[in-house]
Design a protein around this ligand. Structure first.
Ligand code: URC
Length: 312
């Protein structure tokens, strides 16, 4: 037999462990008289213990069952409410670390399922329903909070996922490398469409208003993509638009340390009408026109911006 498959006992070391419950779905209703407020979350918990005996020798005596972890999510939500996904994650981390001395690390991941109050009426006299909501899955709000036992405060990462946007003006892409591989002409006026995933990490400080910060980052992304409501804002490339959005987010939310974003370039190419000889259809982007959405391939543009350490 070949040496590499002989039945010798390998010398091994357990290089990493964690265990928990994923897909813990919860809806919490808070009632202020007839006016109800809801939060729906999908939570995942992960614990790392200070022993490995559960893995190595089958001794379960230190295991906090994943079923118990799930129960803790419901009990803390009932007792303390859900202020924001980030605050609730911090609460859960804190609970696991303070209740169980042998828990060394907690990772809580949450995705929020977004509902808006049902409303009727004109914009100026909009009326909002007391207790009926409409699902608004136009993006996903997510967070990952990691707390190591010996750290004073956890690492809080917040994110927005699947934010799909499109604009029909103020996007160009010109002056890129012109060599034997290039077929793409300069595009002075193109469709710009992308599905944004963005994550940002906060400084390790308490009392951050996570809801407000999240809204500001979302606003920075949308504003740097779309610009002024009437005139828009020019985009010379996906790269530059991504950078300006991240830069404004760091300027406007001092508690954010670092921000990263992926903007796939979902291509929409002008349909080529030039082959239809007898139809006299203009084949330019001027005036009304028709585009071909291209599913694949798409460009993938990524950028991460860190705040420079202060010189103080
Ligand atoms: O904004 C863009 N950036 C690129 O890097 C690129 N590459 C490409 O083919 N089209 C585009 N558009």
């Amino acid at each position: 037999m070949n040496d590499s498959v002989k039945g010798t006992k390998p010398d091994v070391t357990l290089a990493g462990t964690s265990y928990g419950k994923s897909g813990v779905r919860i809806l919490r209703v808070a009632k202020d008289g007839n006016v109800h407020y809801i939060k729906e979350l999908e939570v995942s918990t992960k614990l790392t213990l200070d022993t490995e005996k559960d893995y190595i020798s089958g001794d379960n005596s230190d295991i906090i069952a994943t079923d118990s972890q799930k129960n803790i999510v419901y009990i803390l939500a009932k007792k303390f409410g859900i202020k924001s996904p980030e605050d609730f994650s911090i609460l859960l981390c804190n609970h696991f670390l303070s209740k169980y001395n042998h828990v060394m690390k907690v990772v809580i991941e949450i995705e929020e399922i977004l509902w808006n109050r049902i409303s009727y009426g004109e914009a100026s006299s909009q009326m909002y329903h007391n207790h009926a909501f409409v699902h608004t899955p136009i993006y996903i709000r997510n967070t990952t909070v990691t707390w190591n036992r010996h750290e004073y405060f956890p690492t809080v990462i917040s994110g927005i996922k699947n934010l799909r946007v499109l604009k029909t003006a103020q996007s160009s892409f010109v002056n890129f490398v012109d060599d034997e591989y290039r077929t793409l002409p300069d595009q002075k006026d193109r469709i710009f469409s992308t599905i944004i995933d963005c994550d940002w990490e906060y400084m390790k400080i308490p009392d951050i208003d996570y809801d407000k910060s999240w809204e500001v980052v979302k606003h920075c992304i949308l504003k740097n993509f779309a610009g002024d409501l009437v005139c828009g804002t020019p985009s010379p490339s996906v790269q530059h638009t991504l950078y300006t959005a991240e830069k404004e987010a760091l300027e406007r939310v001092p508690a954010i340390n670092t921000i990263e974003m992926t903007m796939p370039n979902k291509h929409y190419f002008a349909f080529d009408f030039s082959k239809f000889k007898g139809l006299e259809i203009e084949s330019t982007n001027d005036g009304d026109t028709v585009f071909l959405p291209l599913d694949k391939p798409s460009g993938v543009i990524y950028g991460k911006l860190n705040r420079k350490p202060s010189k103080l």
